[in-house]
Ligand binder design. Structure first.
Ligand SMILES: Nc1nc2c(ncn2[C@@H]2O[C@H](COP(=O)(O)OP(=O)(O)OP(=O)(O)O)[C@@H](O)[C@H]2O)c(=O)[nH]1
Ligand SMILES: [Mg+2]
Length: 300
């Protein structure tokens, strides 16, 4: 038998670089939510890719950003865990921003990890060759990285080359080695994905700092043959935020509920009845106990 490639690839980079878009594109399933706002992803999420000679387990991680509260600490713990566990580090940088600076931040951070590193320059669909080429030239001359791949996570451009490049550095076996069954594409439950969909829609629907202070908890998830009934709480940090979340005559929360329901129905493949309640937990992002209740447990 020819070789079989199997291992873990941590996708790391600045917030908003397109890591979650990339994992969704690579495994052709939506496992991670995406938004134009920074700090969208909070947890590590697995996206499991399978083909005839590999199982590649991608770990989407929260983006690098400034630490200002307990949830940021939680997010950094997730990044640390993923980069330690992984066989390969996949650096994702934004092709619309200066490349070398972004690479240097990541290179300094992950210097201690003596494992293969691949660098992806994302969003090439939204820049020009004239802008990108001189930057790529500087990057190639100044980086220690062997593999630099310009790519568009949104369009899927060069994603097949990325898979081939990863296989070249993954552990290789003489037999079929899998950590997960072929039909499994993520480690997250449907319930978790539903909560994330609601958080994603809120990131689009609300402005300013409100979306970053939100958490979503699914209180009940009851499935029968034709319908799934879901009851969720959306947790915010202040009474004034609750008013904004509800909107006039509850119009905003209705909109949140209907846009979330449409996507959840796609995920579950059946009709959904969704109710969302708004609750206030004062400054929950600063409180470790509340964080734990909301599913963000900081390890000792
Ligand atoms: N034009 C273009 N936009 C992209 C591409 N990849 C991602 N984006 C956009 O960039 C924004 C951020 O994408 P995400 O996938 O959420 O970025 P992230 O790195 O996961 O961000 P965090 O979770 O905050 O760390 C979204 O608006 C995406 O649509 C791409 O290849 N081309
Ligand atoms: Mg993300």
């Amino acid at each position: 038998m020819s070789k079989f490639y199997c291992g873990f690839v941590a996708i790391v980079g600045q917030t908003n670089a397109g890591k979650s878009t990339l994992i969704n594109q690579l495994i052709k399933e939506k496992v991670a939510i995406v938004s134009p706002k920074p700090q969208t992803s909070r947890n590590n999420t697995l996206g499991i890719f399978n083909d005839e000679n590999s199982q590649i387990i991608f770990i989407d991680t929260p983006g690098h950003h400034k630490i200002s509260n307990k949830i940021d600490e939680y997010m950094y713990q997730n990044i640390g865990q993923a980069s330690t566990d992984a066989d390969v580090l996949l650096f994702v940088i934004d092709g619309k921003k200066p490349l070398l600076e972004q690479y240097e931040v990541l290179n300094n951070k992950y210097k201690k990890h003596n494992k293969p590193k691949i660098l992806v320059v994302n969003k090439i669909d939204d820049t020009t060759f004239e802008r990108l080429y001189p930057q790529l030239d500087i990057l190639t001359k100044n980086s220690e990285i062997k593999e630099i791949l310009p790519l568009s996570a949104l369009r899927g451009t060069n994603c097949d080359i990325l898979i081939s490049n990863i296989k070249e550095v993954l552990p290789a076996y003489d037999y079929k080695m899998q950590f997960y069954p072929t039909e499994q594409f993520t480690d997250k439950s449907e319930k978790f994905l539903c909560a994330e969909i609601i958080r994603e829609k809120a990131l689009y629907l609300y402005d300013e700092e409100i979306p970053h202070g939100l958490a979503v908890v699914i209180n009940s998830f009851v499935e029968n043959e034709k319908l799934t009934k879901i009851s969720a709480d959306i947790i915010c940090e202040k009474e004034s935020h609750k008013k904004i979340l509800l909107g006039q005559n509850g119009d905003k929360i209705k909109k949140l509920s209907s846009t979330s329901r449409i996507e959840i129905e796609k995920l579950l493949g059946k009709k959904v009845y969704l109710e969302i309640f708004v609750k206030v937990r004062d400054s929950w992002r600063l409180n470790e106990n509340l964080l734990k209740d909301l599913g963000y447990q900081i390890q000792e």
